[in-house]
Design a protein around this ligand. Structure first.
Ligand code: ITT
Length: 205
């Protein structure tokens, strides 16, 4: 199998790990933005996951001159009317990290009882060419927001996301288990199909 290379327009190490785990078995070498500090990422000012995913992929596809993949994702919580949504990465402020975002989410839901804490992880991936053609792929996973964190795996809001059918939090799943069911794993399964059917989209590694 000849190895091909896919540039992924993300600075998020957790996302990159999951994307790599899913694509490597198909002979696709994944490269994140850390190897190319000269490329300027897009400003994420879109109102939807799709708009932001497209912006991020297009900006790097144009600068790199090759097809590029981007992921825009987040958590939507019913009791918060869909927030944090596209603002998930900066829910607790512009320079917030995962720990602060999680603490802020618990604060916002402090008075919301069990049974009313439904949420969903959403992911839209964009695969764009330097000429501006984009394909979008989506995934969604429903769950409930816990009252305190559980588990050490994953990233972001995973320790607060309860999967009733599995009787565990998302952060108690291994990387492989998470990728089989997650919003990102669902979108990636569709990306794999397209890249398998059209290998010429990617340059050799
Ligand atoms: P890039 O734009 O560089 O890809 P980012 O972290 O800024 O990285 P987003 O704007 O798409 O990415 O924000 C996604 C946020 O949503 C992320 O920082 C987490 O807080 C949350 N999130 C997304 N997917 C998640 C997952 O699988 N598990 C837990 N939290 C997740």
């Amino acid at each position: 199998m000849s190895v091909r290379k896919l540039i992924v327009a993300t600075g998020n190490a957790g996302k990159l790990r999951e994307i790599r785990q899913k694509l490597t078995p198909f002979g696709i070498e994944v490269e994140g933005l850390e190897s190319h500090p000269e490329w300027v990422p897009a400003v994420e000012d879109g109102e939807t996951f799709a708009a932001n995913a497209r912006k991020k992929a297009l900006a790097i596809a144009r600068q790199s001159g090759t097809v590029c993949l981007a992921d825009d994702s987040g958590l939507t919580v019913e009791a918060l009317e869909g927030r944090p949504g596209v603002y998930s990465a900066r829910f607790a402020g512009e320079d917030a990290d995962d720990a602060r975002n999680n603490a802020f989410l618990l604060e916002q839901l402090a008075h919301v009882p069990a049974g009313q804490r439904q949420g969903a992880f959403c992911c839209v991936m964009a695969l764009c060419s330097p000429e501006g053609q984009c394909r979008l792929f989506e995934g969604r996973l429903e769950g409930e927001i816990l009252f305190s964190p559980r588990g050490q795996e994953g990233f972001g809001y995973d320790p607060l996301f309860w999967l009733a059918a599995r009787n565990c939090s998302m952060a108690e799943l291994s990387l492989e288990e998470k990728n089989l069911i997650s919003h990102r794993g669902q979108a990636l399964a569709q990306v794999v199909l397209v890249l398998s059917e059209q290998p010429q989209l990617l340059p050799g590694a």
